[in-house]
Design a protein around this ligand. Structure first.
Ligand SMILES: *[C@@H]1O[C@H](CO)[C@@H](O)[C@H](O)[C@H]1NC(C)=O
Ligand SMILES: *[C@@H]1O[C@H](CO)[C@@H](O)[C@H](O)[C@H]1NC(C)=O
Length: 399
């Protein structure tokens, strides 16, 4: 009874004080109060930087608030080391990149580096990449382009509910980070847009990607050298190039990839389902302890693929390495494929094209059911040690 009587009073208090207290909450820095213009045309980068500087200099937890509206941000660079490790970007608005791709350069558009304890909640990033894609398609000399959101050398990061649209290049990059949660992120770019990977993880440990919905022109999620303890769960991919470990082994000295789990993924209308891709040249890199579980593919060209002969146009492979074909130095071991099913868009559903000098070892297929035109898809294996369990496929994969 007492509780019920209290409720109306509380709601009145809430209604009366909410607007004021939100604006005046200590340690909340509203970018509009600091000069940002939600008109989509006026460069608001300075206001964002001011808000960050204030939040970063605060002795206690702080919030940067981005109200609804479109904010043109030419380029933003948010650096540590802050006086607190609990900064939240609460975004109800959209950040818009300059449509002139020559403006945002240096590889990234919204960059956080050396930060600790940053949460990015909600919001939309509109990379306006189409002019650069057109330039690339026309074959002119175009800049590489900027990744929309980059976390570099940062720890304890939480990105949730973000929408990233039409990046010039990669949409979200996690590089040199530890303990990162990426949850409920949506990425959207046309299937024809070049190098627009959804989420790229590299040289990072303890990254979790949950509930992602990604359609792009390149990898849905790409996993680069030096990635450890990565969990990807509940993702929907397509169009694009699927979930990809690699390319690895482009350098002689390169950290390996270890302990990656991909669990419950749906991949539709993509070039690949789950892929491991390495350059066909010497390297000390490796891939081990990888688990692909519960993956549904629909109309995917290479549902399961290991390609160790990557050497586009047989160029960029220094020395003679590429003439010694099938000679990738990258050692691939202990990769399990469990409950992978659906439809292949080509005859070969499982392709293991491994290195002659470093054959794949410990590949386990368990419950793989892939069809091509209503018949079991084929398997193709070269230099691969495969153990099969309950696999519906022909050729090298017959159990
Ligand atoms: C592997 O990574 C997961 C996170 O995906 C982590 O919980 C687990 O402890 C790691 N295993 C090892 C042996 O490091
Ligand atoms: C090298 O790999 C290709 C497939 O990528 C295969 O056709 C060829 O037979 C392999 N060559 C050797 C020498 O193993």
């Amino acid at each position: 009874m007492v509780k019920q009587a209290m409720l109306p009073l509380l709601s009145v208090l809430f209604i009366c004080f909410t607007p004021k207290s939100l604006a005046g909450t200590p340690n909340t820095y509203n970018v509009v109060d600091l000069g940002a213009r939600p008109d989509g045309r006026t460069d608001s980068a300075k206001a964002f930087t001011s808000a960050w500087t204030a939040a970063c200099g605060s002795d206690s937890a702080a919030t940067v608030y981005v109200p609804p509206g479109r904010y043109l941000v030419q380029k933003a660079d948010f650096a540590g080391k802050c006086r607190n490790s609990a900064i939240t970007f609460r975004m109800d608005g959209t950040l818009v990149a300059p449509s002139d791709y020559r403006v945002a350069n240096a590889g990234s558009w919204i960059l956080f580096h050396g930060v600790d304890g940053v949460t990015l909640s909600g919001g939309t990033l509109d990379g306006q990449g189409s002019a650069l894609w057109d330039c690339k398609a026309a074959g002119g000399s175009c800049p590489v382009g900027a990744a929309s959101l980059v976390f570099d050398n940062s720890n304890n990061i939480n990105i949730n509910g973000l929408i990233s649209l039409n990046s010039q290049r990669f949409h979200v990059v996690i590089h040199g980070c530890q303990n990162v949660m990426v949850q409920g992120v949506t990425v959207s770019a046309p299937g024809s847009s070049p190098n627009t990977d959804g989420i790229h993880v590299q040289r990072s440990s303890g990254v979790t990607i949950l509930d992602a919905h990604i359609g792009t022109g390149d990898d849905c999620i790409s996993i680069g050298p030096g990635t450890n303890n990565l969990l990807i769960e509940d993702v929907i991919c397509g169009p694009g190039h699927g979930i990809s470990i690699g390319s690895l082994g482009s350098n002689q000295q390169e950290p390996g990839v270890q302990n990656v789990t991909v669990k419950t993924a749906v991949i539709r209308g993509a070039m690949n389902g789950v892929r491991i891709k390495t350059w066909g040249k010497p390297s000390n890199a490796f891939v081990k302890d990888v688990h692909f579980q519960h993956v549904t593919v629909t109309d995917v060209q290479n549902p399961i693929i290991i390609d160790q002969n990557y050497c586009p146009g047989n160029r960029n492979c220094p020395g003679q390495a590429c003439f010694l074909t099938n000679n990738s130095g990258v050692k691939i071991s202990d990769v399990t494929y469990q409950d992978i099913h659906g439809t292949s868009a080509t005859e070969v559903g499982v392709k293991f094209d491994c290195s002659r000098s470093n054959p794949c070892s410990g590949l386990i297929l368990d419950g793989v059911k892939l069809t091509y035109m209503n018949k079991p898809a084929e398997g193709y294996c070269l230099y691969a040690g495969v153990q099969v369990e309950d696999v519906q496929a022909t050729n090298c994969l017959q159990s």
